[in-house]
Write a protein that binds this ligand. Sequence first.
Ligand SMILES: [Cu+2]
Length: 313
Amino acid sequence: MDSSLTNIFPSSSSTIASDVDALFNFIFYASAVFFSIVVGLSILFVIRYRRRGDEPATSQVAHNNLLEIVWTVIPTILVLIVFFWGFKDYVRLYVVPHDALEIKVTAQKWFWSFDYAEGASSVNELVVPVGHPIKLLMSSKDVIHSFAVPQFRIKMDVLPNRYTVAWFEAVDTGSYNIFCTEYCGKGHSEMLGTIRVLPAEESAAWIEANSNMGKGLSLEEFGAMLYKKKACVTCHSIDGSKNTGPTFKGTFGSQEKLKDGSSVIVDENYIRESLLNPKAKVVEGYEPVMPTYQGILKDRQVDALIEYIKTLK
Ligand SMILES: [Cu+2]
């Protein structure tokens, strides 16, 4: 599908993308043609049949059966074409192929987490094999989000207390952007992710490497990796600068003032609580927007993050 109009779109990188574009193009060009005819004739008639000088006005025409049939039948046919074509594509978009690989997607303010059948998990980065249908089983931990991948032409709302499903099959390896397209609060515009489409063996290797919980790494190295992979980096700096959340630099062992006026020493238990139940103690000067990592971080990962934060003096 390479008509001139599709050049203004992101690349068509899934099996259904070109079908979606074809229907869009049909509607767009049909509208353009009929718009030109209707507006063109209106302008022509206004000029041609305008009242000149003292001529009597042209007579009123109240009925013309042929004209009325034509302007009823042609639009009806067009609407039916768009309906059946659209319905066919709709069914393809929403019926997931049997052999699809299932991945659980969890949205929360303001990042995406992905859980693979093999026990691997990742945040803001979805790794899938090329040329294989992928089923996304999605839910939200807080408000309504929406999972959109323009290059795959898919978009589906992600709701709390209810599962929604989307699927795609990527036709090319590469990186594709994930956007949240439902306004979900202050960090909405940063709720970005990437789908990395790899050859089948490479994606299998990535999933295996990700399910081994940092085997071969020290706790501190594993923690440094999680700091980036689990999206802490979007809200916490390690260089002392203030972001959505407090910096991790020099935080361990320091005394932190809380919103309720009390204060607390930052130790292992406090960090653990901050991760699993962040609203229990809110640091003064910050909004309570830290997401809970309950169910996302396993014990060894919590240990690793604590070790890592300790090293940031
Ligand atoms: Cu969102």
